[in-house]
Design a protein around this ligand. Structure first.
Ligand SMILES: Cc1cc2nc3c(=O)[nH]c(=O)nc-3n(C[C@H](O)[C@H](O)[C@H](O)COP(=O)(O)OP(=O)(O)OC[C@H]3O[C@@H](n4cnc5c(N)ncnc54)[C@H](O)[C@@H]3O)c2cc1C
Length: 438
């Protein structure tokens, strides 16, 4: 049995802590905040009493590691998945167009048939989609952007506007010009061309903190692991190759058998001394944040008859019907709608009042029944560091550092995936397994 300190209680740190527990190790989890969950959390809106996520999170059926973690926590059944991949897109002028990939046809026929019925594109676009499949087995360079790759694959303007751009923003939280084609390739491989149900979307029927924080705490307490909430790591000392120490904000010093650092790049930078980890520090300095903006609107009545819609031709990209998603498992008023914009660099500079006006106007342009309803309350949440990415061509750090007892985890670590929940959980499992094997 090893004594392991895990720094950070987001998905990555929790995955590491749970896996280490299952492997029979002793864990001390240190989390700066008073609750677990990291960037995936919820709170109660004081005006309505509704549970509000810091931003709607979607899961995919191909998130195998995440689903295994939720299973360990007893939260697996709280994620509701579609029975088939289906997104209803609405455009203010062009109306509704549904992308539905039937599970009855063999792949890739079902994908092509689904696109043929997708009104936002035409037959000539669908034929170009066939250029993508052979690309999936190639080793694409990290320096190739999604937009350059789409050009190489001769994807039409219409396809880019109605499919690739929204997919890139949703899955990679970056516009196609900034995102690496390598990560888009990973999403396509695992989601659309892996297991038949890999792309099915799922959502939590509970606020994110009820899904993750409370259950993780119960799990760790039940297994008598040490949970230090409201304490931060202040410095890591690599005393020698045999010893590593971490100093905490209450002036205690821990000298475990291994430290798994599952905190964001900038937080990690501030813990490391330059002479011990020069290359890692240089890499960490290159990470740049990408924001996600949510506008919660409360109407006096239901305004959407489906769980969520994609929005085309608008700045807001998704609208989620919170009452429908929670299905009374958690608290959401019937008229609670969350609108979301990814990679919202420009929008996040606007005033909340203007954002509410924009979200209301755009939502009502695609959900006419909302124009007849009264808006009673609104709330804007801007997560400025929703995800962190490296410039094109830069490869992320691996789990192992140049100190054998210091390992890295987090959605930004090299997992081959974009910065997502699944990347965070895989990185946490990988770090825990590495500690176990040493
Ligand atoms: C609004 C929004 C929407 C998103 N939507 C999706 C989605 O639909 N699908 C998807 O897959 N992903 C989504 N993501 C991304 C997803 O939330 C992240 O990939 C994931 O939560 C990252 O987990 P993590 O453990 O790597 O990092 P974090 O969650 O950031 O956890 C790091 C933890 O470390 C703690 N910490 C920092 N410094 C210290 C210190 N010195 N000492 C101790 N603790 C410290 C922090 O408090 C934090 O709890 C979204 C993110 C946001 C913000």
């Amino acid at each position: 049995m090893k004594n392991v300190v895990v720094l950070g209680g987001g998905f990555a740190g929790l995955a590491a802590a749970v896996k280490l527990t299952e492997l029979g190790h002793s864990v001390t989890l240190v989390e700066r905040r008073r609750q677990l969950g990291g960037r995936a959390f919820s709170f109660t809106d004081p005006t309505t009493g509704d549970t509000v996520d810091n931003g709607q999170h979607l899961f995919m059926k191909c998130y195998h590691a995440t689903l295994a973690l939720l299973q360990s926590l007893g939260a697996h059944d709280e994620v509701e998945f579609q029975n088939e991949f289906q997104i209803e897109f609405r455009h203010p002028q062009k109306g509704t167009s549904t992308l539905r990939i039937a599970k009855t046809l063999p792949r890739p026929l079902n994908v092509l048939a689904g696109f043929l019925r997708f009104k936002s594109i035409g037959l000539s676009d669908v034929l170009k989609l066939r250029n993508i499949k052979p690309e999936l087995s190639k080793q694409l360079p990290l320096s190739l952007s999604v937009s350059q790759w789409l050009e190489q694959c001769k994807q039409t303007q219409r396809l880019q506007e109605n499919f690739w751009n929204p997919l890139c923003l949703a899955a990679l939280n970056e516009p196609t010009s900034q995102a690496s084609a390598r990560y888009m390739q990973a999403v396509l491989r695992e989601g659309f061309f892996g297991s038949p149900d890999g792309a099915f979307l799922g959502y939590s029927r509970l606020g994110l903190s009820n899904l993750l924080s409370a259950r993780s705490q119960t799990f760790l307490n039940k297994h008598e692991q040490k949970l230090l909430l409201g304490l931060s790591a202040k410095r890591i000392d690599s005393v020698s190759t045999h010893e590593i120490a971490v100093h905490l904000s209450d002036n205690t010093k821990l000298t475990p058998d291994a430290i798994i650092c599952a905190i964001p790049p900038q937080a990690l930078s501030s813990l490391l001394t330059p002479h011990s980890f020069p290359e890692l520090l240089q890499k960490l300095s290159l990470y740049r944040p990408s924001p996600i903006l949510s506008v919660n609107l409360w109407y006096d009545r239901p305004c959407l008859d489906v769980p969520f819609i994609g929005m085309l031709g608008t700045q807001m990209e998704w609208a989620f019907n919170k009452h429908h998603l929670y299905q009374t498992h958690d608290h959401a008023s019937p008229g609670h709608i969350t609108l979301l914009a990814s990679a919202a660099h420009a929008l996040s500079q606007s005033q909340p009042k203007d954002l509410i006006e924009l979200a209301q106007q755009e939502f009502e342009s695609v959900a006419p029944s909302a124009s007849e309803a009264n808006l009673q309350h609104a709330r804007v949440i801007c997560e400025r560091k929703a995800t962190q990415t490296l410039p094109l061509g830069e490869s992320p750090p691996n789990t192992h550092t140049n100190h054998p007892k210091l390992l890295l985890a987090g959605d930004w670590v090299n997992t081959g995936l974009p910065a997502t929940i699944e990347s965070a959980v895989r990185s946490g499992f990988c770090a825990a397994n590495s500690v176990d094997k040493k």
